[in-house]
Design a protein. Structure first.
Length: 480
């Protein structure tokens, strides 16, 4: 295994750098294609989320691979290599596996234990499969990462160590007030209809908001999300309603909203400070036009600092940011964005279950490494058995020429006996070599086997190619 990952995340880089380095899906696809075209890489996958960009590759040279992957990240992110390099981290072989498994479990997230990363890992694998840049190693790795993440969430209380980024952000807006009390009766505007925006809309609906307006560039997706929010069994508050609006209607919705959540794929600011200032100014009074009586009554009854002077609460979950950072300076608006979430989560308490998850990760890394090392020798074992079968067939054919009077029963008995002898002779060494190959440093046993039995390297390579193609095809069909 020669797995290499080069990347940057909220742990290594400031949000300002992550924001500039963000990659749209088209840029991710081009990065993968260029990585595969580079000499050191034979497979590639990219994990790009709101707080990390990581490029995974199977490389044949470590130093050349690090240099090439770093250069490609800089080229496609638009951040100069000299500026980007101090924020990059590198993991190789087992450490790279350990890193991805930790990420999948939420141990490396802004909010420890959040589960959204599993969907993002699944998307990264799907893109690699779609573009045929993920081969046997990366298919195995990402599928196993998904299983490890699900295991961590099902076998431990890691979910209690933190919440999803959406819930955490809304709780920051509520500033100590129970989320249900804070959200009750409010009117919300959700910009975007992707997975994170959908989660935000559903969370707000369950928390008790009176209405959610969904704005999206594709109106049909906004309409579908609004339908889902109001379907029976959606667990929304009593009397909850939802609507879909065009992006052009966002200024009007801003003037009515108490809460705004934005998470789009736009590469520029969606809501400027001036637009938000104008929306606030268009309200006839401090309570805001269009707000429900319940929301106004709740604000009047609550004397906590979280509500004082705040007429519009905004949560920006996008990277690059959707909402102008200058909104922080508006007196009657409160903005929570990725940067402030990162600062807040740094002080969040760690749950005891984190240690259990770390133990799971360590066990799974060891198991993955053993499986990969064992798989490495399989083509050699297959080539050895194929050679043995060819020898048996050749000798049986020679025997037929020397003893043509043998009947079918005698010939079958001799053939079966010779095959049993060969199988018994090969059984112990092939089983033992697989066991030895699964241990650290066991990769050399395949070379020893090829030397001892004078196996044709081309025959071994042919088995490897066929195995890789079959594995990639089967893994792509496997549900994640």
């Amino acid at each position: 295994m020669s797995l290499l990952v080069v990347g940057l995340s909220h742990r290594s880089a400031p949000v300002s750098v992550l924001e500039r380095a963000a990659l749209a899906r088209e840029a991710q696809a081009k990065l993968l294609q260029d990585t595969l075209a580079a000499e050191p890489a034979t497979e590639a996958a990219v994990l790009a989320t709101c707080n990390r960009i990581e490029l995974y590759a199977d490389v044949d040279k470590f130093h050349a691979g690090v240099a090439e992957l770093s250069t490609l990240l800089a080229q496609h992110s638009g951040v100069g290599l000299e500026e980007l390099t101090p924020y990059l981290y590198v993991h190789y072989e087992d450490r790279a596996v350990h890193h991805l498994f930790s990420v999948a479990c939420g141990l490396d997230s802004m909010v420890v234990g959040e589960g959204q990363i599993l969907g993002q890992i699944k998307d990264a694998l799907a893109l690699g499969q779609e573009l045929h840049t993920a081969g046997r190693l990366l298919n195995d790795l990402f599928q196993q990462a998904l299983r490890v993440g699900k295991r961590a969430h099902s076998e431990t209380g890691i979910d209690r160590a933190g919440q999803s980024l959406v819930t955490f952000g809304l709780e920051r807006l509520a500033d100590g007030v129970p989320l249900g009390d804070w959200a009750g009766g409010k009117r919300a505007l959700v910009i975007g209809a992707g997975s994170m925006s959908s989660l935000a809309a559903a969370t707000l609906a369950r928390a008790g908001v009176a209405h959610v307006a969904v704005a999206n560039r594709t109106l049909a997706r906004a309409e579908r999300l609004a339908e889902i929010l109001t379907e029976p069994g959606a667990r929304s508050a009593a009397g909850f309603t939802a609507s879909a609006v065009e992006m052009a209607a966002v200024p009007q919705e801003l003037a009515l909203a108490d809460v705004v959540v934005s998470c789009t794929g736009a590469m520029g600011v969606v809501l400027t400070a001036e637009a938000i200032r104008a929306a606030l100014a268009s309200r006839p009074d401090a309570a805001g036009a269009g707000r429900t009586d319940a929301a106004c009554a709740l604000d009047a009854a609550c004397g906590d600092a979280a509500r004082t002077g705040v007429r519009l609460a905004l949560l920006d979950l996008a990277m690059p940011r959707d909402i102008d950072a200058a909104v922080h300076r508006l007196e009657d608006a409160r903005l929570v964005d990725i940067e402030s979430l990162a600062e807040a989560s740094a002080d969040a308490p760690m749950a005891a279950d984190v240690d259990r998850v770390r133990a799971i990760v360590s066990d799974e890394v060891a198991a993955f490494g053993a499986a990969q090392r064992a798989a490495h020798i399989t083509p050699t074992v297959v080539a050895l058995r194929t050679m043995a079968a060819d020898v048996v067939a050749s000798e049986i054919a020679r025997l037929d020429g020397r003893l043509p009077d043998l009947d079918d029963k005698q010939r079958a008995e001799i053939t079966q006996t010779v095959r049993r002898v060969v199988d018994k002779l090969l059984h112990a060494p092939t089983v033992r070599v697989k066991e030895l190959a699964s241990t650290p440093g066991g990769a050399g046993y395949a070379d020893a086997l090829r030397e001892l039995f004078d196996l044709d390297p081309q025959a071994v390579a042919a088995v490897s190619r066929a195995d890789s193609q079959a594995g990639t095809h089967n893994t792509a069909r496997e549900p994640a």
